[in-house]
Ligand binder design. Structure first.
Ligand SMILES: Cc1cc2nc3c(=O)[nH]c(=O)nc-3n(C[C@H](O)[C@H](O)[C@H](O)COP(=O)(O)OP(=O)(O)OC[C@H]3O[C@@H](n4cnc5c(N)ncnc54)[C@H](O)[C@@H]3O)c2cc1C
Length: 304
């Protein structure tokens, strides 16, 4: 359970006080506001605020005086056109502010996305909770033998049990020492900003993360992808659901052109053209490296 009863009561109170506004609202997003979507064992994503909707993208694209909406069909066509042609600035007119609770090793990957505004929980000021990410047994995998930056099959039996035991015991021992060092019971107590250095990378942190829709799509394209590490991918997947409810037309275009689409190099496109003419093209006469050819075949075969 990622939220305490007090935190849940705060959210319920916020949700019980709707206010009138002249701003455009997205009904799908109103349903998400303040609620926490659970992710991993102690994490969550929740929408704190947002600006804009599908109509705001069209309004900006048309630099309109009014709502900028013509018809739903017309707007959807415009949004698809903008996405197809990488006309990105209208998507920057929409913004989202999230509260995210995530393990530190996930935060290290996440923070690489520089085009967002972040404010993180201060472990100099506050005491961190005894909350560590411990994977479920189906996510305790061996090192991949084909991809140095990935994982292979799930560890089994005694090895899996021992790994989980080590993770739990080390996390708890580190936290016991953290508590011992900051304690002011009969001693001065080490500063929190120093004591935290002893905590492992699976300890949870929290931040507010604000980003515009264009840069959010860039984040989701990279992190809701099979190549992304599972532990960040589940956050991206949760955000995808929120975005689909917020801006359904823009998300539909993103899903089609970016998540579901593929970019082909000039050489790959040439191979497709030769194949369409009935030519048997091989890696050797494609002009592509073995790695490129493997990825090209995966795109054509629909496995990537
Ligand atoms: C599967 C995967 C594996 C990865 N592996 C590694 C790894 O092994 N090591 C590692 O260090 N990182 C790794 N990364 C992180 C990756 O290299 C990027 O740092 C991260 O994905 C953020 O992407 P970004 O810079 O495009 O995003 P953002 O920071 O959001 O930037 C968006 C775009 O804005 C522009 N931009 C932003 N800031 C600048 C700037 N200062 N100068 C110029 N242009 C800018 C760029 O066009 C950029 O693409 C990995 C990422 C993924 C998804």
């Amino acid at each position: 359970m990622p939220l305490s009863p007090e935190q849940q009561a705060e959210i319920d109170e916020l949700r019980s006080q709707p206010r009138e506004t002249l701003r455009s609202v997205a009904p799908g997003m109103e349903a998400h506001l303040y609620k926490a979507l659970p992710v991993l064992d102690h994490g969550f994503v929740r929408v704190i605020d947002y600006m804009g909707d599908d109509a705001a993208i069209c309004q900006a694209a048309r630099v309109s005086y009014g709502k900028g909406t013509k018809s739903v069909q017309n707007d959807e066509g415009l949004i698809r056109y903008l996405m197809r042609h990488w006309h990105s600035t209208p998507f920057e007119m929409c913004e989202i502010k999230l509260h995210v609770k995530l393990p530190v090793f996930v935060a290290r990957q996440w923070i690489r996305h520089r085009t967002a505004n972040v404010n993180e929980y201060s472990a100099r000021y506050s005491i961190l909770d005894r909350e560590f990410y411990i994977p479920t047994p189906d996510h305790v995998n061996a090192q991949s033998v084909v991809n140095n930056q990935g994982r292979g099959g799930v560890l089994q039996g005694a090895e899996a049990a021992r790994v989980l035991e080590i993770l739990k015991a080390d996390s708890n021992r580190a936290y016991d020492h953290y508590e011992e060092m900051i304690s002011q019971d009969g001693q001065d107590g080490l500063a929190r900003e120093l004591a935290r250095m002893n905590l492992p990378a699976n300890v949870y942190t929290q931040w507010y993360w604000k980003v515009d829709l264009h840069n959010l799509f860039h984040f989701l394209r990279l992190r809701a992808d099979a190549h992304a590490q599972y532990e960040i991918r589940v956050y991206a997947d949760a955000i995808c659901k929120v975005v689909a409810d917020w801006v359904p037309a823009a998300y539909g275009a993103f899903e089609d052109y970016r998540l579901g689409g593929a970019t082909l190099s000039g050489k790959a496109l040439d191979c497709v053209r030769r194949m369409l003419k009935g030519e048997a093209v091989t890696q050797e006469d494609s002009g592509m490296s073995k790695g490129e050819w493997r990825e090209f075949e995966a795109v054509l075969g629909g496995s990537e």
